[in-house]
Design a protein around this ligand. Structure first.
Ligand SMILES: NC(=O)c1ccc[n+]([C@@H]2O[C@H](COP(=O)([O-])OP(=O)(O)OC[C@H]3O[C@@H](n4cnc5c(N)ncnc54)[C@H](O)[C@@H]3O)[C@@H](O)[C@H]2O)c1
Length: 359
């Protein structure tokens, strides 16, 4: 490896791009040399705000990728543009750190996977809650076999009131609402703990009773996505996944996450403040001891890890060493299949079979 810094670009310089920029700026072996946003002037203003005026700014991903040689890009565009930006970056020979969710439709997902395979580059998807020590511990417990055969998982949660604004509330930008914003985190935590089993079927509903009501939400005229989604998903290996996620509801919490196994159960309390970002609350093991039902609270780590920085650092390490994607599309395609399946099932009003694109 040479001492040369990795050359990074950022596509989409909106809200979350700032967290990518801050993380890259903490790493000595990278330099953000360029960026693009389709809103003219936005990328330039972004780099000025981050005191990096020497970074080149473009008004389209294509112009950026044509003009600048890069090792990797962060794709921080809204969901509907994830596929086009990621495919363009891969075709230009870049590794990609792609914000979550993977995309919106399975057709877009197939384009990303095909381009990744053809390019030989990596695509890592931005699920930073995985770096939470408690998320890691949940995976360790499930994988240890302490629960026995897991057959039912309830996951999700969400906010009593917490509909964001901006591009998140219009289908033409985001493709979906709470489901893509925080729902995909709610799916990633248990699926990752279980070793990402393949989803088979999904039966779902989605609602928008708060977002579309001007008395409850100030931008109701623009809102056309879900603010509450619920689904029952069958996974390979005999696990049923029960999911719900809320941006707004008349309830304090949509409940804990829990895993039921034939030896023990694991309850994961909702995260701090109830505003769901993938962080979790306390962990309790439910098991029998000497014939009696018993509960054991498990050690719980404080939330003091900079999850976002860990995610960027891990991606950069993989790029620098020629390693594989820390959060690979081979897993996240199943997360996306559920998300896209929920949208499809909710629209069709029936259970749908999940088809994973062959790549
Ligand atoms: N991991 C996290 O914690 C986290 C948090 C917030 C958002 N996100 C994800 O990040 C993505 C962006 O969210 P945001 O809050 O930054 O949204 P945003 O609307 O603030 O920013 C998106 C930017 O992308 C630009 N853009 C869209 N299409 C483009 C294209 N083809 N080429 C160049 N620029 C393009 C838009 O003009 C906009 O400036 C979403 O997918 C969201 O789910 C992740």
């Amino acid at each position: 490896m040479t001492n040369q810094k990795l050359r990074i670009g950022i596509i989409g310089t909106g809200g979350i791009a700032g967290a990518h920029m801050r993380s890259y700026q903490k790493l000595e072996n990278v330099e953000v040399v360029a960026g693009a946003d389709c809103i003219p002037g936005k990328a330039k203003a972004f780099f000025e705000r981050f005191e990096a005026p020497e970074a080149l700014a473009f008004n389209s991903a294509e112009a950026l990728l044509r003009a600048v040689e890069l090792d990797a890009v962060s794709v921080c565009a809204y969901n509907q543009a994830h596929a086009e930006c990621t495919v363009a970056a891969l075709e230009a020979g870049c590794h990609v750190l792609l914000e979550k969710p993977l995309c919106v439709t399975m057709a877009q997902a197939a384009q990303i996977l095909q381009a990744e395979k053809k390019s030989g580059k990596i695509v890592s998807v931005g699920f930073q809650p995985r770096y939470d020590p408690n998320s890691k511990k949940i995976k360790e417990i499930v994988q240890s076999g302490a629960l026995g055969q897991v057959y039912y998982v309830q996951t999700g949660g969400g906010r009593r009131r917490g509909i964001p604004g901006g591009t998140f509330i219009e289908a033409r930008y985001a493709g979906m609402g709470a489901l893509g914003d925080i729902g995909c985190y709610g799916l990633d935590m248990p699926l990752n703990a279980l070793g990402y089993p393949k989803p088979l079927t999904v039966s779902a509903s989605k609602f928008g009773h708060f977002g579309t009501n001007p008395a409850l939400y100030k931008e109701a005229n623009r809102f056309d996505v879900d603010d509450f989604a619920v689904a029952l998903i069958r996974l390979e290996g005999g696990v049923t996944l029960d999911f719900r996620m809320s941006w707004a509801m008349h309830l304090d919490s949509a409940g804990a996450t829990f895993f039921l196994g034939d030896k023990a159960g694991l309850k994961v309390a909702p995260g701090p403040g109830g505003a769901w970002d993938g962080r979790v609350g306390g962990l309790t093991l439910y098991h029998d001891a000497f014939g009696d039902p018993t509960e054991t609270p498990l050690h719980f780590a404080e939330h003091n890890t900079d999850l976002f920085f860990e995610k960027v650092k891990d991606f950069v390490a993989a790029v620098a060493t020629g390693g594989s994607a820390p959060i690979p599309t081979s897993q996240i395609i199943y997360n996306q299949a559920i998300v896209s399946g929920i949208l499809e099932s909710a629209v069709q009003g029936r259970e749908v079979e999940i088809v994973i694109p062959a790549v």
